[in-house]
Design a protein around this ligand. Structure first.
Ligand code: ASN
Length: 260
C-alpha cells in the first residue's frame, strides 16, 4: 500500500513539474490551440546623431526623430515591446550581427552588399549621399586633400569607390558631428553624408556647410534591418506595422512633423 501511494505521489509530482516546465518554456496562456507566446522585449539599436532620423532632444534628454517615431508607431500597431539603444551607426550594425540587438532602425540604406548579412523591411524613405564642404569649395578642390566619412556607412562606401576619380584620401569618423567638425575646422576638405540629413542641418542653421554636387548619388530606400536569417517574426511584424502606418496616414504625419 505504501509503495502504491509513493508511486502515485511520484507520478503526480513528475506531471506537475512537466506542466510547470511547459509553462515556463512557452509562456502560454493556452486555451486549446489558441496559444500565445510570452511577450519579448526586442532590443533595437540606432544611430545617435543623425537628425532628423534620430537625435538627442537637449530639452527632454530623449532621442527623437523619424526613426524613433516610426518604431514607436509600428510597435504600438503590432503590440510588441522594445527598448531603444542609440549607440551610433557602425555600433548598431555590429550589435545586430553579434546578436546583441534584435534589429536596427538608423536611416539605413538598403543595398545589395548589406543584403548578404542583413534582412531588410520594405523601404520607408528614399535618400542618397552628397559631398559637403565649406562655402566656396568646388569638387576640383578635393584633389590631394583628405575627406571625412562615417564608419560603416553608404557614404563611406561611395567615397572609397570614387576616391581615385577625385584624387583624395579618406579619414574615418565614428559619427556625423565629428565629420562636420573636421570639415569646419579644415582637417578635411569635405565629407560624405546623406542628402536629407545634411540638408536638414543646413536648413536649421546647425551646420554652416554647402552641398557640392547637384544630385544625390545612389538614391535608395531606408529600411529596418535584422541579421540575415534571424528574427524573422520581428521583421514580419515591422513590415505589417509599416504597411498599416503607410495606409492610415501615420507615416506621412511623422515625416511631416520633421519637415518632409
Ligand atoms: N544612410 C546611412 C547608411 O546606410 C545611415 C547612417 O549614416 N545612419 O549608411
Amino acid at each position: 500500500m505504501k509503495k502504491v501511494l509513493a508511486l502515485t505521489l511520484a507520478i503526480v509530482m513528475v506531471a506537475s513539474i512537466a506542466l510547470f516546465a511547459g509553462c515556463g518554456e512557452t509562456g502560454t496562456t493556452s486555451s486549446g490551440s489558441d496559444t500565445k507566446t510570452e511577450a519579448k522585449t526586442y532590443v533595437i539599436y540606432s544611430d545617435n546623431a543623425f537628425a532628423p532620423f534620430e537625435y538627442l532632444d537637449t530639452k527632454t534628454k530623449k532621442y527623437v526623430g523619424v526613426d524613433m517615431d516610426i518604431m514607436e508607431a509600428v510597435a504600438k500597431d503590432q503590440g510588441f515591446e522594445y527598448e531603444m539603444h542609440n549607440e551610433g551607426f557602425d555600433a548598431s550594425m555590429g550589435a545586430v550581427q553579434s546578436g546583441q540587438a534584435d534589429g536596427m532602425i538608423a536611416g539605413m540604406t538598403i543595398n545589395d552588399e548589406r543584403k548578404k548579412t542583413f534582412d531588410f523591411s520594405e523601404p520607408y524613405f528614399d535618400d542618397g549621399q552628397v559631398i559637403v564642404a565649406k562655402k566656396g569649395t568646388t569638387l576640383d578642390d578635393l584633389k590631394g586633400k583628405t575627406v571625412a566619412v562615417k564608419n560603416g556607412t553608404a557614404g563611406k562606401d561611395y567615397a572609397e569607390e570614387v576616391k581615385d576619380q577625385y584624387g583624395y584620401t579618406i579619414n574615418y569618423y565614428k559619427d556625423s558631428p565629428s565629420m562636420y567638425q573636421a570639415v569646419k575646422t579644415g582637417i578635411d576638405v569635405a565629407c560624405f553624408e546623406d542628402f536629407s540629413v545634411i540638408g536638414y542641418s543646413i536648413k536649421t542653421g546647425e551646420v554652416d556647410l554647402e552641398i557640392l554636387n547637384d544630385e544625390p548619388f545612389n538614391v535608395k530606400g531606408y529600411g529596418f534591418a535584422v541579421k540575415k536569417g534571424k528574427n524573422a517574426e520581428l521583421l514580419k511584424m515591422f513590415d505589417a506595422g509599416l504597411k498599416n502606418i503607410k495606409d492610415n496616414g501615420k507615416l506621412k504625419e511623422i515625416l511631416a512633423k520633421y519637415g518632409y
